[in-house]
Design a protein around this ligand. Structure first.
Ligand code: ADP
Ligand code: MG
Length: 571
């Protein structure tokens, strides 16, 4: 085939591949346009997960009648100065690609009117072809309806998830905007039902409350670092205190000049600031806006504008970390006062002694210096009858057996016992459930709601009794009996976060059982009575796989008689 220049229509459709990945990306682009137009209220409506209809209505500046058609031309933008200086971009958009891209893969109806114009205009475009431009009555502002998205791109349709799942993504986008622009009122309707509203009163905490619930929002800590004459980087936001942690990173919202971005490096910097405050595998909740001079940040890294590059990256990270650390330390001057299993495990950065297996640092330090590899695990499946001697660090049960001394990790051991118990109950279809004296209302963010709904019936099989209570809230009436000592809401939420949607049914079940066992098991740091310790060891002895916890970590460490003798120079 000879070389040809692509028609602008075809070029737009190809560009659409990058800009318009799914309904949520259309919503993102349209809402960005509304915000760039100075809107203070943006209302979004979707039907059929956004594939049937996406409508975005704003009260922004509107488009002058004579320019409305031009907005659909590729690389047509009102946001760049004539000299094309990309260094001073203060708007969310600037590439002039969104409208033509969207219009190339859907039917678009635009109605717009600037406040100082008596009438508005309607522009209709069907899969890239201009159908009509005509005068049209309209309130000031802009309304864009996108219908039958991807009708001409069947390949793209195949990659989309179910309409409810796509709707959830749209909701997440609206959440991000509400957190980034607390001064703008956002509203989302899904299939005719109100699904999200933010107040737009300018208060970030209120925006957090709309997205994450009142209780969580109240607990958040303020983070402020004003830019001064020397450091021109500002950091403002709200972050979770150590006891408001989450099992995934999807509660970390990083904004750069109010643009929601994805950045591994910044996420890492944030999490590092939390070092010592959070347990292993827990992540903070945060909404942080970083302000930098527009010339110090490159927003033109990717068509979807989700990534940025900083000119002075180290300064940005340092400022972020200092601000976050400052807020945390002010709250809790002694990090990690609560001793718990996860945080007392050696961190990955600790250089461990080259021993066989991976014995816990704590257990070893009691007997340091230890050279050689005498400290071994009891062979799988053989648990000798053990006599309890006592407890160390409210964490390990010290016991004597025929072959010397044993240290049993109380949390890991109990986890193993409960894991097998829950598994048995499920295979017998007889989950032990414990009703709550008072039912608890739990508000869930969209992402957790989706995970829950994906396995709604199975939750009952595990002993949870749940009812839909209202938009995004559930009434929790009962929990698996083994969770009787846990805080019901906290346990339910953590389990839901840890289990997620699961990669498969088997994966989901395994995570569920592990998670119930973990949250039911006796915590490290709890002082146990002799009877409790004896009972735990008896149950452990009766387990199918007594030597490891469900995650594969050891439940006990054996110090053989020979080893002790050598340590004391008796051999
Ligand atoms: P960009 O946002 O990169 O400029 P778009 O294709 O998204 O490119 O939009 C093209 C132009 O259409 C914008 O530059 C703007 O002038 C105009 N426009 C689009 N949406 C709106 C809106 N909601 N309100 C006012 N003007 C709009
Ligand atoms: Mg745009």
């Amino acid at each position: 085939m000879p070389i040809r220049v692509l028609s602008s229509q075809l070029a737009a459709r190809i560009a659409a591949g990058e800009v318009v990945e799914r309904p949520a990306s259309v919503v993102k682009e349209l809402v960005e346009n509304s915000l760039d137009a100075g809107a203070t209220a943006v209302s979004v409506e979707i039907r059929g997960g956004g594939l049937e209809l996406i409508r975005v209505v704003d009260n922004g500046s509107g488009i002058p009648t004579g320019e409305a058609e031009l907005a659909f031309h590729r690389f047509a933008t009102s946001k760049l100065p004539l000299d094309g200086n990309l260094d001073s971009i203060t708007t969310l958009g600037f590439r002039g690609e969104a409208l033509p891209s969207i219009a190339s893969v859907s039917n678009v109806l635009l109605v717009t009117r600037p406040a100082d114009q008596p009438g508005g205009v309607v522009v209709e475009v069907a899969v890239g072809d201009l159908i009509r431009t005509a005068p049209h009555g309209s309130p000031p502002g802009t309304s864009i309806a996108v219908r039958d998205l991807f009708q001409n791109v069947p390949a793209r349709l195949k990659f989309l998830r179910s309409p409810p799942a796509e709707a959830t993504r749209v909701q997440t986008v609206l959440h991000q905007f509400a957190l980034a622009f607390p001064g703008v009122r956002f509203h989302l309707d899904v299939d005719g039902r109100a699904s999200f509203t933010s107040s737009g009163n300018g208060d970030l905490r209120d925006a957090c409350s709309a997205v994450y619930g009142t209780k969580t929002a109240k607990a958040l800590l303020e983070v402020i670092s004003e830019s001064d004459g020397i450091n021109l980087i500002g950091v403002h936001g709200l972050i979770g205190p150590p006891d408001v942690s989450r099992a995934s990173r999807s509660y970390i919202n990083l904004l750069v000049n109010r643009r929601w971005i994805q950045s591994r490096a910044l996420t890492y910097a944030l999490e590092e600031a939390y070092q010592g405050f959070l347990m292993e595998h827990r992540h903070p909740l945060a909404v942080i806006n970083i302000t930098v001079q527009p010339s110090e940040v490159d927003v033109n890294v990717h068509p979807a504008k989700l990534e940025v590059r900083f000119l002075h990256e180290r300064d940005v990270f340092a400022t972020l970390q200092r601000a976050v650390r400052g807020a945390l330390v002010a709250l809790a001057p002694v990090p990690n006062v609560r001793s718990n299993f996860a945080s007392s495990r050696p961190s990955s950065t600790t250089t461990a002694r080259p021993l066989e297996g991976h014995q816990s640092q704590q257990a070893l330090s009691l007997f340091a210096p230890v050279e050689g590899t005498d400290t071994t695990y009891t062979p799988r499946g053989i648990v000798p009858s053990l006599r309890v001697l006592g407890q160390v660090q409210s964490l390990y049960i010290v016991a004597e057996g025929p072959e010397g001394m044993y240290l049993v990790d109380q949390h890991a051991a109990h986890e193993r016992v409960l894991y097998e118990k829950v598994r048995r109950e499920i295979s017998d279809r007889a989950p032990q459930s414990q009703g709550l004296l008072e039912s608890v209302v739990v508000e869930l963010p969209a992402i957790l709601e989706e995970s829950l709904e994906a396995h709604r019936d199975e939750w009952t099989m595990y002993g949870f009794d749940l009812d839909t209570f209202g938009p995004h809230s559930y009434l929790l009436r009962a929990l698996p009996a083994s969770l009787k000592d846990a805080d019901p809401e906290e346990a339910f939420r953590s389990i839901l976060e840890e289990v997620g949607r699961g990669e498969s049914k088997i994966d989901w079940e395994e995570k569920m059982v592990c998670s119930i066992a973990c949250h039911s098991a006796v915590r490290a740091g709890k002082t146990l009575s002799r009877e409790e310790m004896e009972s735990l060891l008896l149950q452990l002895e009766a387990s199918d796989q007594p030597n490891t916890c469900p995650h594969g970590r050891p439940t006990m460490v054996h110090l053989s008689a020979a080893h002790l003798q050598r340590e004391f120079g008796r051999r």
